[in-house]
Design a protein around this ligand. Structure first.
Ligand code: GLU
Length: 397
């Protein structure tokens, strides 16, 4: 059959995280006992006080179209959150609420990037950044980091990647997939480089802000010279166990927020009314209310690191945030395990799925071809069983 689809969609890669999760689901439905560690999704229920707010919203007949950029009282709660957690002074007209942080990022890229513009991505980066940039006909340009520098880039690397075509830099701390957290000093050193290039914008993805195990979170927009050039992205999915509720938001210069609203008004309109009402309760609550989940993730981090460290060929750093480990498994490249040739990280992830029945994600999708991503947003039992299976599958003899 002739392919009648647009070049745009034909050239778009499938989201590797979602594809692996779908594959794991399909195998499970066919009776195969898969342990899914591919998706970054808390295995907790949304806290009761948030669910109650949603039920109340339904009872109070919140059922109409919502303002494209979000309810005013939700935007005010977001401004308060930015002040309380990040010491950032955003006004409601600088906030746009969207259907997940993914849409917040897509809006921002669509309104800033022209065809041919370069967008710098710090590899490893979240899978969808490059696809979103490509959709906007921009060029995703990788700045590589690896386990030897704790998956962080230096100011010199940033400087060397900048050209006259650079329009936007996407940064992400705590990072998905590496878990690295930039310190205030490290971000200030990067900002010093960007001070020399006032025409470049910065998208700071802070969705894992609260999933942090000790290095204080620092918002890039807190640097005075960066505030008017930074789009701060955040959302409720990870810290509040609300992945399916689909609420993300930006704090941005007013003219960018207005453009994002215009974009969203033609594509999805205002996001879901019930979820928005529930998010007000979530954001107004003290952060201590969700600490039990972060404490649990911290224990699981320790558990999975200790178990994985025992597997020959796995090289690990200690992630300081998010809920992923990102081992370097390149020592397996070029080897044959149980009759299966492993040439790259994708081969390795597929081998783990087929042989160990554990779903992970190849590092290729994150611009980091020596690694695989394993999510530990899973029960202790699943973590222990999964690592045992991986160990058995990769141990020769
Ligand atoms: N952000 C999560 C992840 O990286 C959810 C899946 C996705 O949207 O990519 O696993």
């Amino acid at each position: 059959m002739i392919n009648k689809l647009s070049k745009r969609i034909n050239n778009l890669p499938v989201s590797a995280t979602l594809a692996m999760a779908a594959k794991a689901r399909e195998l499970k439905e066919n009776g195969i006992d898969i342990i899914g560690l591919s998706l970054g999704e808390p295995d907790f229920n949304t806290p009761d006080f948030i669910k109650e707010a949603a039920i109340k919203a339904i009872e109070n007949n919140y059922n109409s179209y919502t303002p494209v950029d979000g309810y005013v009282d939700l935007k005010k709660s977001i401004c308060k959150k930015f002040k309380r957690d990040n010491d950032l002074d955003y006004q409601p007209d600088q906030i746009v609420v969207s259907t997940g942080a993914k849409q917040s990022i897509a809006n921002t890229v669509q309104v800033l990037v022209n065809p041919g513009d370069d967008v710098l991505l710090v590899a490893p980066y979240w899978v969808s950044y490059s696809a979103i940039v490509t959709l906007a006909e921009g060029n995703p340009i990788e700045i590589r980091s690896d386990i030897s520098n704790d998956f962080k880039i230096s100011p010199l690397q940033l400087e060397n990647a900048i050209t006259k075509n650079t329009k936007l830099v996407i940064i992400n701390s705590p990072n998905n997939p590496s878990g690295s957290v930039y310190t205030e000093q490290e971000y200030k050193a990067l900002a010093k480089v960007l001070d020399k290039y006032p025409e470049i914008f910065i998208l700071s993805d802070e969705i894992y802000e609260h999933i942090n195990y000790g290095v204080p979170h620092f918002s890039f927009a807190k640097i005075p010279s960066m505030f008017n050039r930074t789009i701060t992205v955040n959302g409720l999915a990870k810290a509040f166990a609300m992945t399916g509720w689909r609420i993300g938001y930006i704090g941005a210069p007013n003219w960018i927020a207005k453009a994002c609203t215009k974009m969203q008004g033609q594509i999805t309109s205002g996001t879901n009314c019930i979820a928005q009402r529930a998010c007000i309760s979530a954001l107004e609550a003290p952060v201590s209310k969700i600490k039990y989940m972060v404490d649990e993730f911290k224990l699981r981090r320790k558990l999975i690191i200790n178990l994985l460290k025992d597997i020959k060929g796995f090289k690990l750093n200690e992630p300081k945030g998010a809920f992923y480990v990102f081992p370097d498994i390149s020592s397996f490249f070029g080897t044959t395990i149980k009759g299966k040739k492993i040439n790259n990280a994708s081969d390795f992830a597929i081998y783990l799925l087929e042989q160990a029945h554990v779903a992970t994600v190849t590092g290729d999708a994150f611009g980091s071809p020596n690694n695989i991503r394993i999510s530990y947003a899973a029960s202790n039992e699943n973590i222990v069983n999964a690592v045992n299976r991986i160990k058995k599958a990769v141990t020769i003899g």
